[in-house]
Write a protein of this length. Structure first.
Length: 202
């Protein structure tokens, strides 16, 4: 394993930074985007059943509802605030796209520089490399690309999963706001729809 890291040369350091950043962003966002931190089920149920809001005071949905109460006659302002909360949910996710694009290029650069070192060791007298040393050198050079890809693939998958999670929250928040404003316009409470509680689960 150490030999593989040596094959990447100095580029193992930026690759290592990419790896640590990727793991941190994915873990931090998964924790931040858990349902209780964004849309607690008891708060969602209260909205669906037109009951007083309770619980989830520190969630994104609670902040949106608090702002909506303060700006009851400004639905566009509330929607803008909701978009701001969605933007906060996306914090850090774009960096996964950067890592996904940069890691393979860093690995490829490490491979190219490694191959240059290998070919520079060819004997000027015979014009032929030592077969064992040449094979080992090429394998070590290619290890840089392997490291880059092993970082890029989780970044791609993690970014996609997190982005899909944010989009799902955004759609459900928008639907809840539409429900609230529809009730205010109608001036009457809507009856709860049987089985609707489950449809809002994460």
């Amino acid at each position: 394993m150490i030999e593989i890291f040596k094959g990447a040369g100095l580029l193992i350091y930026p690759l290592g930074i990419c790896s640590v950043a990727m793991v941190f962003i994915i873990c931090e966002r998964l924790y931040a985007l858990r349902q209780n931190a964004v849309m607690p089920q008891d708060l969602v149920d209260a909205i669906i059943r037109n009951k007083p809001y309770s619980g989830g005071r520190h969630s994104a949905l609670a902040r949106i509802l608090e702002f909506a109460e303060e700006q009851q006659h400004e639905p566009e302002a509330v929607k803008a605030f909701a978009r701001l909360e969605v933007n906060r949910m996306e914090r850090g996710i774009p960096y996964l796209d950067v890592i996904y694009a940069a890691a393979p290029l860093l690995g490829l650069t490490g491979t190219v520089t490694g191959l240059l070192r290998v070919f520079s060791q060819i004997s000027p007298d015979t014009g032929l490399p030592d077969p064992v040393a040449f094979t080992k050198g090429v394998a070590l050079a290619l290890s840089a690309t392997v490291i880059g890809l092993s970082i890029a693939i989780p970044a791609l998958v993690g970014g996609g999963v997190l982005q899909r999670k944010v989009e799902s929250y955004a759609v459900r928040i928008d639907l809840l706001l539409e429900r609230i404003y529809a009730r205010r316009l109608n001036g009457a409470a809507e009856p709860a729809v049987p089985g609707e509680k489950e449809s809002w689960s994460a």
